[in-house]
Design a protein around this ligand. Sequence first.
Ligand code: MEV
Length: 310
Amino acid sequence: MTRRRVSRGCGKLILFGEHSVVYGVPALVASLPMGATAWVRESSENMLILRDGRDDTIHFRTSPDDSGTPVERSASALFSAFTSDACHEVEVTLDIPIGAGLGSSAAFATAAARALSDFIPGSPSPDPRVLEAVEASEAIFHGDASGIDARAAMGKGVFRFVRDQEEEPRAIATKRSIYIAVCEAGPPCQTSVMVERVRALHKRQPQVGESLNRLVGDIVFQAQRAFEDGDTQMLGELADVNHGALVAMGVSTPELDHACHLARAAGARGAKLTGSGGGGCCFAIAERDSIANVMEVWDRHGLRPLQTVL
Ligand code: MEV
């Protein structure tokens, strides 16, 4: 039986604007070089296998089922987007932490959908079913998802994202490389739970919710200019303020706050949680000569850091 290496889906780092993006505020996001790789082959039944490539363990081995677990329903959405006479086994390996704010669900769905599209004869190129399938899968995992993870999983570099915007986002360039360290500050948390928590705050305190969203909109506006200029000092300061807004929204944790403090004390220009919060990852912006200090202190605290350059 032929086995083909097929496709990649990127992880993502929301630099500025998570949660507020659900309410139409722009966000600044980076597609990561890390993410998911999918292989596909013909099989006697449709089957999805999700492997954690960092410790080489199988997380899920599941058949599509519309009434089952989120992963089973996601598998169903993916397979039903690509009708075929044959059945397929899709195996996806992730090289980013699962459920930790780096877009693992969108990366896995993108890699799987691209793999199916590529493997099934007669698929158009580009194939609009890929994004549709990923968005359907994301709605299962994230509830009222803005679509930011699905876009980033396609691999766009750094871009500004606005919910429900028709046109393709365009990559934004920077004059200087920006050094980023990311760590796993706490255990994974479900995005839909944190999105609901913020929605409840908006319901209880509509004006406070709106003020926080306006503040985040201002941060994103300034951050885009700072990114274009390669101004790490400004980016770091804005990251700290955005983290404060996320604390006010109720989505940070003592572990995330502590990891940000550790990074700042190790010389980072600034740090914030990334993604839905409630656990998961945070990142720090540092100069080239201090990024190793941040990585070292997080490593010493067992926070499994990784580094990237934007
Ligand atoms: C999750 O990666 C980002 C959130 O803003 C939710 C979303 O935009 O769908 C928390």
